[in-house]
Write a protein that binds this ligand. Structure first.
Ligand SMILES: [Zn+2]
Length: 352
């Protein structure tokens, strides 16, 4: 039998765990699939659902053929017992309508209603809520009612990269399944398979930096972000001549241009700061392994230069915390580059 699970890289332990529960008749009504963004949790949820609907799978095996009538219908998005909702493009919350129905039809449509109805074509109804931490309080409470008295044939899969942001009352009624970053080789494979990288070398370079996340790797390979990265590298290599506020402005302008929302701005800024911190760490490593050609080293000597780089890394990490705490990206960058330029000019003691 062909298997749809070949579409997924990694996460075989989690698959085995669900398979055991299925075999022992111990499948819960609700799970939280938790783990970093961009590693395949939603695909996993879909494959899990498809496997529970497939008629060709061996009993006790968590598998789906991709060929039977049920599988074909599922793959085309027309399977009547499967429901999936998530964050609509440009929105910061999952609309209550998706969970409880529109205000005219409240309680007579939406995810909770569908789950409470009898399955039409199979044994159970399955619902997936992607980015589940983006349900607001009303949405969360509506779902909680369903979780408190789960319909006999329902399976609910919540997907989240920050499960701690879910209502505690929701968390306590779901079984938590942790997912981990992709292995570097799996990520490389995916980048080539999806034609996101043009060559093995490009795929490898992105996979090394992407922390096991396809989303992060995609960002690394994005031409606009690459330009931004090059701009930062260029400025950083001629730091002593840098006009910090000009650089901060250029970078902030560029980030605004390529980001759709303020959340995306923050994400791009975070990504840029981690790139900058990595660049400084690399410089530090080179220096301490005896690369004496660095102009910084020639100017201030090894001890002082490595102190300086450590100070720069701390300052960049502080900027990341500010971005996480929702400070405006532009202000964070201005303050950061102003400080970096000063430390570079006056040496590490100026940071104290
Ligand atoms: Zn099938």
């Amino acid at each position: 039998m062909a298997s749809v699970w070949t579409r997924l890289r990694g996460h075989q332990e989690q698959r085995a765990l669900f398979e055991r529960s299925l075999r022992n008749g111990r499948l819960s009504h609700a799970y939280v699939l938790a783990g970093p963004a961009g590693i395949g949790k939603r695909l996993f949820a879909r494959l899990l659902a498809q496997s529970l609907f497939c008629t060709a799978a061996t009993p006790g095996r968590l598998d789906a053929c991709g060929e039977c009538r049920n599988c074909r219908s599922f793959d085309s998005g027309n399977w009547p017992d499967y429901f999936e909702i998530g964050l609509p493009e440009g929105k910061t919350e999952i609309p209550l309508d998706l969970i409880l129905g529109s205000s005219e039809k409240r309680g007579r449509e939406g995810l909770c209603y569908e789950l409470s109805s009898a399955p039409l074509a199979s044994e159970r109804r399955i619902a997936v809520i992607d980015d589940a931490q983006r349900m607001n309080l009303d949405g969360g409470n509506a779902l909680l009612k369903t979780l408190e008295e789960p319909p006999a044939n329902a399976l609910i899969l919540l997907i989240s990269d920050s499960p701690e942001a879910l209502l505690p009352t929701i968390r306590s009624r779901c079984q938590l399944i942790r997912f981990f970053p992709l292995l570097q080789e799996d990520l490389e494979h995916l980048l080539l398979e999806k034609e996101l990288a043009a060559s093995q070398e490009e795929a490898r370079a992105a996979a090394v930096l992407a922390e096991g996340s396809l989303t992060q790797a995609e960002q690394l390979l994005n031409p606009e972000l690459r330009e931004l990265r090059e701009l930062v590298s260029r400025e950083f290599s001629t730091f002593e001549a840098m006009k910090p506020l000009d650089v901060a402005k250029q970078i902030a302008d560029r980030i605004e241009k390529i980001s759709g929302s303020t959340e995306e701005q923050r994400q791009n800024a975070r990504w840029l700061l981690s790139f900058l911190a990595d660049a400084v760490r690399l410089k530090l490593r080179r220096m301490s392994s005896g690369d004496l050609g660095d102009p910084l080293l020639q100017r201030m000597g090894l001890r002082c230069a490595s102190d300086l780089l450590a100070v720069l890394i701390d300052r960049i990490l502080l900027a990341t915390l500010h971005v996480d705490a929702n400070s405006p990206v532009r202000l964070v960058l201005e303050a950061l580059f102003d400080d970096l330029a000063r430390f570079m000019r006056l040496g590490p003691a100026s940071a104290r």
